[in-house]
Design a protein around this ligand. Structure first.
Ligand code: ADP
Ligand code: MG
Length: 681
């Protein structure tokens, strides 16, 4: 069936083999691709300026009549100049064309045209060289396309116009009618037409809005589909009544109301035989680990297995030790699996997992490898989610019969963004910090301040405190930069930290080395830890109360927040120093704004605004599509609306049976094509 849309561009006038190749090189093969080739910008010819008001060197639209016949001047071989005067009643303007014989021939005295170009003063008159010339019936808003292949604006316009003519009647609406109505959206056909040839600016806006909405709607629909498919699977229903009071009695503090609420939400989910898919958001230090522990306890007491995945080896080790010690009291067993686990040990762990002897497996990415097989895995927890993309998330959920899945965020993010990143999940928020937490006082200082700052650090250490000094070592960089950075760290220590118990911690150390260092720090044998961002996520040493971040300008806001989150975890008053000699005004502003707030939600919003979504999310890793129309910052409101609309559609299964949904499904698949996410499995 030839809908016009699918035909090769060569069916259009003036497109032969050579041109078709050039178009294809720009990604335009089908007629429909031309429709999707949206203008870069627009030229508003509907409001011309009076010639009397032209300004030297400024672009202007003029609508005027030709008052003098064209004069032809042959400058040299291959260069002919055409010159004529136009008048709009307010004044006279000289137009100059080069070599455009065909155009010049149409410039007959008495005819009116629209001219767009830069006005230049020539003596008492203005001149416009090589303007864009349009007939007066084109007095509307003209599309301006990004040019390629040496084609002119006119040519591209003509092709798009033709493409519109051929395929417009065949453009199918993909959004459900009631959604169009409810959200006041323009029809797809109208929108295509208006985005290329808008009647006025208002229509153009509406058309653009429609495409943004459509894109975000399709994306949300994909997420809802992932979710719906997951919910079609069966999970082990953990419906044994578990007395949690033993667990709570083993925790040295009482949980916050928010923690209790979130644990309860998870337990309610897991009682069902539908896989839980839940994200826990909570600011740094809000106590997500103990929530995970409670949920694991509940699972294991239901005679099932659980696993917990952490983004770094250090964090995995730390979690392992915490859970091992906590669960020992209950006779529950727990193993650690990372990239550096020895083969023999690994084999043993595998056996214990398969026999069901092992209740909990903790580890890094190593957990998603195929050889990891459980006897009856019922719960998967991913900690500090920021590092794991949608794809890894879905890989993890494919282990065994579909286990319940809990994801814990690294950095809290505003709700609208959570919809994008975690839109396929239910959301629980720990919106309360444990009692007795004091805000971390944060200061931005220059390196002139080093002496005073480190003196302060010594005082704090003398009073029983501990400190982190973070140097931005390049973790995976060349040895040179590592050496340079290590040298810098050594220099700092020799200069300012002499005589203190200082140790280094960086990503290049072996797992055991890292563990040993961290242990000594946890035990308080080591007072100062000079480290790289390996401590960025999750590390928990409540006694530490000083955080110094050297070259703070090199870090993003969310990362700084993570780093600062390593202190202020206990009851000690904590301090964070950002050391930076940057002269950059924007950077200074960014760092100062960071000093002013401890609120992770605010910080992530600001971070996103400053860095843009690509950087913030790490587009590639996160598995997000690259949106063509939507801008995640500008279009946040549309996103919420689109997400809600998609939810309503997926809640009505009957709708999917309607023939019109075929186009919609196809569009969703098309969007997710770029993400290597299989939304159908
Ligand atoms: P995060 O949410 O950043 O992962 P953690 O789970 O590591 O935070 O908890 C941070 C610190 O707060 C830990 O030392 C933990 O023992 C402590 N903590 C957690 N919940 C409470 C609570 N309800 N009361 C007191 N301290 C708590
Ligand atoms: Mg944590």
């Amino acid at each position: 069936m030839d809908t016009g849309f699918e035909s090769n561009v060569s069916i259009l006038d003036g497109i032969g083999k050579r041109r078709a190749e050039l178009l294809a090189a720009a990604g335009i093969c089908r007629v429909g691709d031309l429709l999707d080739y949206f203008p870069r910008t627009y030229l508003d010819l509907s409001e011309p300026v009076s010639i009397a008001f032209l300004v030297d060197g400024v672009q202007a639209v003029v609508r005027a009549e030709i008052v003098k016949p064209v004069r032809k001047v042959r400058l040299r071989k291959n260069m002919t100049l055409y010159q004529f005067a136009v008048d709009d009643g307010s004044g006279c303007l000289e137009i100059v064309l080069f070599n455009q014989e065909y155009v010049a021939a149409q410039m007959a005295v008495g005819k009116e045209f629209i001219f767009f170009g830069t006005a230049t003063r020539k003596g008492r008159r203005f001149e416009m060289a090589s303007p864009l010339i349009e007939t007066v019936d084109n007095a509307g808003i003209l599309p301006v396309y990004r040019l390629f292949g040496g084609f002119s604006q006119k040519l591209v316009r003509r092709w798009v116009e033709q493409a519109l003519k051929i395929s417009l009647p065949n453009i199918e609406e993909i959004l459900p009618q009631d959604i169009l109505e409810r959200y006041g959206l323009m029809s797809r056909r109208e929108a295509y037409s208006a985005v290329h040839y808008p009647q006025n600016m208002q229509t153009l806006k509406e058309a653009q809005h429609r495409f943004v909405f459509e894109e975000l709607f399709l994306f949300s629909l994909g997420l809802h589909t992932i979710r719906a498919n997951r919910q079609k699977k069966t999970a082990p229903a953990l419906d044994k009544e578990i007395d949690m009071s033993d667990f709570y009695a083993a925790i040295p503090y009482s949980l916050t109301r928010a923690q209790h609420r979130v644990i309860e939400e998870c337990i309610q989910d897991m009682k069902k035989d539908i896989p839980m898919t839940r994200m826990i958001q909570g600011d740094v230090g809000s106590g997500k680990t103990v929530v995970a522990a409670a949920v694991i306890y509940y699972t294991v007491k239901n005679s099932k297995q659980a696993c917990l995945m952490a983004p770094t080896e250090i964090l995995a080790v730390q979690h392992y030790e915490y859970f091992r010690d906590l669960f020992e009291k209950f006779g529950l067993s727990c193993a650690l699996l990372t990239g550096s686990t020895k083969p023999a040990q690994r084999r043993q762990i595998m056996e214990q997992l398969q026999s069901g002897e092992m209740d909990l497996l903790i580890g890094t990415h190593a957990l998603i490898q195929d050889f990891v097989q459980f006897r009856n895995l019922a719960l998967t927890i991913v900690d500090e989610q920021h590092r794991f993309g949608l794809k890894q998330r879905s890989q993890l959920s494919q282990k065994g019969i579909c286990p319940h899945m809990l994801v814990m965020s690294a950095t809290p993010i505003p709700r609208s963004l959570a919809l994008i990143l975690y839109g396929e999940m239910d959301l629980s928020v720990i919106d309360e910090l444990p009692a007795g937490r004091k805000r971390v006082s944060t200061f931005l200082v220059s390196s002139d301040y080093h002496t005073r700052m480190y003196r302060y650090l010594r005082e704090q250490v003398a009073q029983g405190g501990q400190a982190y000094v973070v140097c931005p070592l390049v973790e995976n960089g060349e040895d040179d930069s590592l050496k340079a950075a290590t040298a810098y760290a050594k220099e700092l220590t020799n200069l300012f930290l002499r005589g203190l118990d200082v140790r280094y911690l960086h990503g290049r150390m072996s797992a055991t080395e890292k563990e040993n260092v961290l242990h000594d720090f946890v035990d308080g044998k080591v007072k100062v830890l000079v480290c790289t961002t390996v401590i960025e996520v999750g590390v928990n040493v409540p006694n530490a109360n000083i955080m110094i971040i050297e070259n703070a300008e090199r870090f993003g806001l969310s990362q700084l927040h993570q780093l600062r989150g390593r202190v202020g975890r206990g009851t000690k008053k904590s301090y964070c120093f950002l050391v930076s000699d940057t002269e950059n005004v924007v950077t200074k502003e960014r760092l100062s704004s960071f000093c002013a707030t401890n609120n992770g939600f605010e910080i992530s919003r600001k971070d996103l605004q400053m860095r843009g979504p690509g950087d913030f999310f790490g587009q590639r890793q996160s598995g997000l599509p690259l949106f063509r129309h939507a801008d995640l910052i500008r279009d946040m409101e549309t996103l919420s609306a689109a997400h809600e609309a998609a939810r309503q559609v997926t809640q009505n299964p009957a709708w999917f049976a309607e023939p019109s949904s075929v186009y919609l499904k196809r569009a969703v698949l098309h969007l997710f094509d770029q993400t290597d996410l299989n939304i159908l499995s």
